[in-house]
Design a protein around this ligand. Structure first.
Ligand code: FAD
Length: 471
């Protein structure tokens, strides 16, 4: 047996949940080790998720804008073309510098970084099968499981990451496909669909439900669906995928209309499967110590992130709640603070979601449909970006702000934004909700003019007193 080193805290997984927990642990005085098997820190988010997707979204948006949206602005450009290899390199460079940045932060905060696969030997011992072939063991008073999630597979369709791809393959195609079919109209499908559509692919999104944009307020999802179809992305809702197979250089996808029962086969160069993600615990040896999981393979936790073995906690995608990087990070901090100080806090009613398409869609709190389901006495105020001076001036005014507030107390219950920089604007609404603000509170805050944030203020006015100034 390899020699054991003793730690106060061992974090398994170096994604946004795990690396943040490790840094916070070290900052609060715990001798901390973080085990990561990928060979680089940052997890799904930095390596094959949030960051590379945003690099491609940003640069494909710039390309698309230059190609299609300059004339009316009085800018004449010559030939514009894509150098896909350089676009991918720019993405890889961003990822590399950020993952390297976390390694630096580990050194700075004196977190031990163990490169390899961690598995439970017993309730206090983690064996690490090193990427360099070496074996180590750590014992720790406290352990945090932060092993994240993996792509959800479509039954009967095999992913080869070349023609039939997951989000990971869709982030590094070597050629712009002529036609890309996307299974699943959720955030990842619409983001990756947008990237390849802007780069020239014909994109068809297949969605089982009657609307795209899982989790979004229905009004916003409907408006967004109209805008994105105007951009050229085709959406086939109420469509079931029966199967798909590769035939040489193309993929045949058999689909059936859920209402019509009509069957057809669609040809594509690339098929992207983006139907969600599943918790990941493979090779972790949870069975060796009897950590409980639910039927969806999520590691079960209590309100203090404890598993059924109290000194072993769990955070991020591998447990309950929205699979989002900032949720994992905040849980990492809270879990460590619970270990050290006995208290920690994440407000699950105020976790923002953002879809980084153009326009962006962002929301926090409950949708109008949820308010109805809960039987709440609520009111709604909305304000279109077409009435916001900055959005008009920028010639970028698709979208709206929709505020849901309690009818009696005026307390904000949910804010839904579709529009330019919605992902930045939602921070104000999140802060307001965190502090239990009323719509009037935000409506009375002085917002700089001309800014997009005035649309948030006016949405709040509409919710509070039924009338905004400019609409
Ligand atoms: P992960 O990031 O999955 O990290 C877990 C880590 O644990 C992995 O690196 C894995 O290698 C390691 N690991 C697993 N088992 C072991 C083991 N036994 N030993 C050692 N190491 C192990 N979220 C957002 O908030 N915003 C976005 O814009 C966004 N965009 C996304 C785009 C895409 C294409 C995808 C796929 C996801 C996106 N997400 C986004 C989701 C986000 O990536 C996840 O919510 C986030 O990474 C979860 O963090 P985590 O720390 O729980 O797990």
């Amino acid at each position: 047996t390899p020699a054991k080193t003793d730690y106060d805290l061992c974090v398994i997984g170096g994604g946004p949940g795990g690396y943040v927990a490790a840094i916070r642990g070290a900052q609060l005085g715990l001798k901390t080790v973080c085990v990561e098997k990928r060979g680089s820190l940052g997890g799904t988010c930095l390596n094959v998720g949030c960051i590379p997707s945003k690099a491609l979204l940003n640069n494909s948006h710039i390309y698309h804008t230059i190609k299609h949206d300059t004339k009316k602005r009085g800018i004449e450009v010559g030939d514009v073309s894509i150098n896909l290899a350089q676009l991918m390199k720019a993405k890889d460079d961003s990822v590399k510098s950020l993952t390297g940045g976390i390694e630096y932060l580990f050194k700075k905060n004196k977190v031990t970084y163990a490169k390899g696969t961690g598995s439970f030997v017993d309730e206090h011992t983690i064996a690490v099968d090193g990427l360099d072939g070496k074996k180590q063991q750590f014992s720790a008073k406290n352990i945090i499981i932060a092993t994240g999630s993996d792509v959800r597979k479509y039954p009967g369709i095999e992913i080869d990451e070349e023609r039939i791809v997951s989000s990971t393959g869709a982030l590094s195609l070597s050629k712009v496909p002529k036609r890309m079919v996307v299974i699943g109209g959720g955030i990842i499908g619409l983001e990756m669909g947008s990237v390849w559509s802007r780069l020239g692919a014909e994109v068809i999104v297949l969605e089982r439900k009657d609307a795209i944009g899982a989790g979004m307020d229905k009004d916003i999802a409907k408006t967004f669906s109209r805008v994105i179809q105007k951009q050229g992305i085709k959406i086939k809702s109420l469509t079931k995928v029966l199967g798909a197979r590769r035939e040489g250089e193309s993929v045949k996808i058999d689909v059936e209309g859920i209402k019509s029962g009509k069957k057809e086969t669609i040809d594509a160069d690339v098929l992207l499967i983006s139907i969600g993600r599943v918790p990941y615990t493979e090779g972790l040896g949870l069975e060796n110590i009897g950590v409980s999981m639910d039927e969806g393979n999520r590691v079960i936790m209590d309100s203090e992130y404890r598993t059924n073995i109290p000194h072993i906690r769990v955070i991020g995608d591998v447990t309950f709640g929205p699979m989002l990087a900032h949720k994992a990070e905040d849980e990492g901090i809270a879990a460590v603070e619970l270990i050290v100080k006995g208290q920690g806090h994440v407000n699950y009613n105020a976790i923002p979601s953002v879809m980084y398409t153009h326009p962006e869609v962002a929301w926090v709190g409950i949708t109008e449909q949820k308010a109805q389901e809960l039987g709440l006495n609520y009111k709604v105020g909305s304000f279109p970006f077409s009435a916001n001076s900055r959005a008009k001036t920028n010639q970028d005014s698709d979208g709206l702000v929709k505020v849901i507030a309690d009818k009696e107390t005026d307390r904000i219950l949910g804010v839904h934004i579709m529009g330019p920089y919605a992902g930045e604007l939602i921070a104000e609404a999140t802060l307001a909700m965190e502090y239990g603000a009323s719509a009037e509170d935000v409506a009375r805050v002085c917002h700089a003019h001309p800014t997009l944030s005035e649309a948030v203020k006016e949405g709040m006015m509409a919710a509070w007193c039924g009338k905004s100034i400019h609409f």
